[in-house]
Write a protein that binds this ligand. Sequence first.
Ligand SMILES: *[C@@H]1O[C@H](CO)[C@@H](O)[C@H](O)[C@H]1NC(C)=O
Ligand SMILES: *[C@@H]1O[C@H](CO)[C@@H](O)[C@H](O)[C@H]1NC(C)=O
Ligand SMILES: *[C@@H]1O[C@H](CO)[C@@H](O)[C@H](O)[C@H]1NC(C)=O
Length: 307
Amino acid sequence: MKMLMFFAALCGVAVAVPFDSAAYMGESAPMGLVDELTTLGFTKLVELIEIAGLKETLNNGGPFTIFAPSNEAIAMLGPVNLKNMTVLVNLLKAHVIEGKVMSTMIKDNLVAPTLVKGVPMRINVVTWWQATTIGANGAEITLFDKMAKNGVIHGIEKVIYPIPYGNMIEAMEMIPGLSFTLELIKMAGLESTLAGEGPFTIFAPDNTAWLKVPEKNITALKANKTLLAEILTYHVAPGAFYSTVIRPGTLITTVQGQKVLFNPKMCKKEGILYLFMNEAEVTLADQSVTNGVIWVMDDVFAKPTVF
Ligand SMILES: *[C@@H]1O[C@H](CO)[C@@H](O)[C@H](O)[C@H]1NC(C)=O
Ligand SMILES: *[C@@H]1O[C@H](CO)[C@@H](O)[C@H](O)[C@H]1NC(C)=O
Ligand SMILES: *[C@@H]1O[C@H](CO)[C@@H](O)[C@H](O)[C@H]1NC(C)=O
């Protein structure tokens, strides 16, 4: 039922409702958000909320919308030092926005501030063939609109980590191996655009990727700003794309105009899914930034017609 209502809303009916409106007319549930989380089985999240000392706020303050990672999602979280209270509190607060955002209010690229200063929550609605997927900073939402007295809970299948700090340029400066791509971006005069409103997704070749390109081609690239911009914008797409939200086989139109293919490959022997964009292997995916998403690849997209 909820899903049906939700998909109806995607067709544009409820989109005009302001996302931070507390005017949702649904019946109020008696429990606070944290108690409701417990009832719904988000026990690991509730444990962390209690350790962080956020139970009182989240149960009685608000209204809030919580994007709640499942127990499995929390178990899959990589090496994050949750014993550090600053890290834990920020991680949890980055899953909470002010106000009640019901699924009927969700639309693509809806952005709302989280409880961490400067850290936004970006919702993405991706439709490919018949399937629609909704992501919250790259975490797929699989459970919608669980009401509590002081807000609403949506269930997600991944912990939102790392937390998006800084714009695309600032974040790229912090990621090792992207110095040459950054140098080319500055040379092409694309820096302010990529630090701007966006959203953009960059498929950034790392330094080893550029080393595979013959020296004379690099020289030609540096000598011709038009060509340089053309190559760089072939690696940037308008919109925020996460490997966890888009489906295999999705074609993404770049700023340059040509499409790139999301092309993950399952290695049967190891049982590991390797991510590729076209034929370039993705070495880092889904790095949320305030104005988009960063992916890192070990190859430059080949484009023989201009390169
Ligand atoms: C906890 O994490 C913060 C933020 O990453 C860091 O600045 C601080 O030094 C850490 N504290 C301890 C005790 O490790
Ligand atoms: C380098 O440029 C030459 C033409 O000048 C082209 O034939 C070749 O495919 C390019 N190599 C790469 C890796 O793009
Ligand atoms: C620079 O690159 C553009 C785009 O590929 C091309 O049309 C133009 O002829 C090049 N200019 C020179 C001087 O080579």
